[in-house]
Design a protein around this ligand. Structure first.
Ligand SMILES: Nc1ncnc2c1ncn2[C@@H]1O[C@H](COP(=O)(O)OP(=O)(O)O)[C@@H](O)[C@H]1O
Ligand SMILES: [Mg+2]
Length: 261
């Protein structure tokens, strides 16, 4: 597999007046084309910061990100993002269809092709019949489906998701997880999925990358060798799932002072 994303020596220091906060230090991470990588770590360790740097929305203090071989200095084409706050990311005065279509505006597409991509994306997220609704008429879970449809409509090579399901109830969350797994297979995208939910990370990904607070570099990189076909109840109750989640937990809890394991 060729690497689609290369994060090399990334560091980030926020400077506000006289205070400086070093959030990320010497992060190296390579993601192959087609991979599903979960990124976990304690709150405040810099997960969102790293995603914003990868998305070209925030400059790194040191290091370089390459996407498809090219240095990222601004939001690159071929990269989609879904953030946690779906409510704020949708336009209330536009219909679901218009919200999804907006993302395709800057592409050189015929009107028919654009319509086709929008319809396909809405179908793919199970909202084929909701195109004329307004976001505020939909439940939180459905709004997040719209945000996902918008991100996948233009068929990104890389989809970045930042704790996309932390604001929905457990059942909706399980449905959305399975939706993302299906879309990943259907579109052959590469996904980097940030979550603070370790079970979700193991359930969805092929690899869990752990970031630590105040830790230099990536703290752990754990391959997830579960079957490709996963299912909420069966997969999560398997012995291997339990072993993997314990391994990830141990890494997330580990402080820099106790270098055991
Ligand atoms: N614009 C900013 N200016 C100063 N500090 C920031 C800014 N954005 C985030 N931080 C700080 O950087 C740290 C990491 O934040 P963040 O990347 O959001 O972590 P995570 O997503 O892992 O919870 C936190 O301590 C946060 O307060
Ligand atoms: Mg965050």
């Amino acid at each position: 597999m060729t690497s689609l994303l290369e994060i090399a020596g990334i560091g980030k220091t926020y400077r506000a007046r006289e205070r400086t906060v070093e959030v990320l230090t010497a992060i190296d991470l390579t993601v192959s084309e087609g991979e599903f990588v979960a990124l976990v770590g304690p709150s405040g360790c810099g997960k969102t910061t790293l995603l914003k740097i990868v998305a070209g929305l925030l400059p790194a203090t040191v290091g370089q990100v390459r996407f498809g071989g090219r240095p990222v200095t601004e939001p690159p084409p071929g990269l989609g993002v879904v953030f946690q706050e779906y409510g704020r990311s949708l336009y209330a005065w536009k219909t679901v269809r218009q919200n999804v279509e907006l993302q395709l505006r800057h592409l050189d597409l015929s009107r028919a092709r654009r319509r086709e991509l929008v319809a396909d994306a809405l179908d793919a997220v199970g909202l084929g019949a909701a195109g004329d609704a307004y976001p505020w008429q939909l439940s939180g879970g459905m709004q997040q489906r719209v945000a996902i449809a918008r991100a996948v409509a233009y068929r990104p090579r890389l989809l970045l998701m930042d704790e996309p399901f932390s604001a929905v109830d457990a059942q909706t969350r399980a449905d959305l997880e399975d939706l993302v797994a299906t879309l990943w297979k259907r579109y052959g995208m590469t996904i980097v999925f940030v979550t603070h939910d370790i079970d979700e990370a193991v359930y969805l990904s092929q690899r869990v990358v752990v970031l630590g607070a105040g830790v230099s570099g990536v703290q752990a990189d754990i391959p997830v060798d579960l079957d490709a076909d996963r299912e909420q109840i069966g997969t999560r109750s398997s012995a291997r799932f339990g072993e993997l989640r314990t391994r990830v937990w141990t890494q997330v809890r580990r402080t820099p002072e106790s270098e055991m394991v």
